[in-house]
Design a protein around this ligand. Sequence first.
Ligand code: NAD
Length: 275
Amino acid sequence: MTTFIDGKAVALRVRAQVAAEVATLSRKPGLATILVGDDPASAVYVAGKRKAVREAGMRDLHRYLPATVSQGQVAAVLDELAADPGCDGILLQLPLPAHLDPGALIDRIPAGKDVDGLTTHSAGLLARGENGLRPCTPSGVIELLASEGVKMRGAHAVVVGRSSLVGHPMAEMLLHHDATVSVAHKHTTDLAALTRTADILVVAAGVPHLIGAEHVKPGAAVIDVGIHRTPHGLTGDVRTTELRGIAAQVTPVPGGVGPMTIAMLMANTLRAARR
Ligand code: NAD
């Protein structure tokens, strides 16, 4: 029997918990989302985050900047929000227009307001296993595994992908949960041989339908982080239907990891406001 993990339900539960805790605070937490330019996918993502902020009873401190904005102008907005005591979290939506340097801008966000967990400071805290704000997508994967009762301690976890946004922090977080972790990437020679040894397989390669039955050990938990827009709707990196009867758990796309990313952003903003 293969369980299709209902990420939407878990995400709603997390968001309801956050909203209930926000309601007890004397001051409403504020999240600033910054959208630069007119990338349509980014506009959709930011709109979803702003809606979640309002539904959680938090303050929506959104800023829009035109695509022609200079590095210095974005930096000035970040510095202003960093100094604003009513702003608890800052999220700079990526990708930025090509003339801007994302790394330098992200690193202007103070670690205490880094609700996306992407600054060098936050990455260092994660690497050292110290308290800090963690990237939302891998946090969402951990939350899904925990909610399904998937045992991480001692399990062999294989992460496909090593980006600083997903794969790399994912591997570190699984290590902190006492999994034995392998990381595959585009230079891995025999991907299927490695993934077939995984008790937990997290796929964040950004390659549609990369992973199928030949990659999965019977009884494994398979988490599909990939998101691809097709004329027939959203699809992931995993050929999910092939895993029926093989994997113990699988996340669908849509409705798996995607909704968790926003839920964990809300949880991070609440944490940031509490600190
Ligand atoms: P990325 O392109 O930055 O990184 C992809 C990684 O996969 C790289 O490390 C690369 O080496 C590896 N890779 C590529 N092809 C491979 C192959 N054939 N075999 C093994 N490894 C391979 O992408 P990213 O930002 O990490 O995102 C990955 C996917 O997750 C994308 O589809 C993205 O849209 C999606 N994503 C989803 C969410 C969400 O909320 N669900 C959030 C972020 C990203």
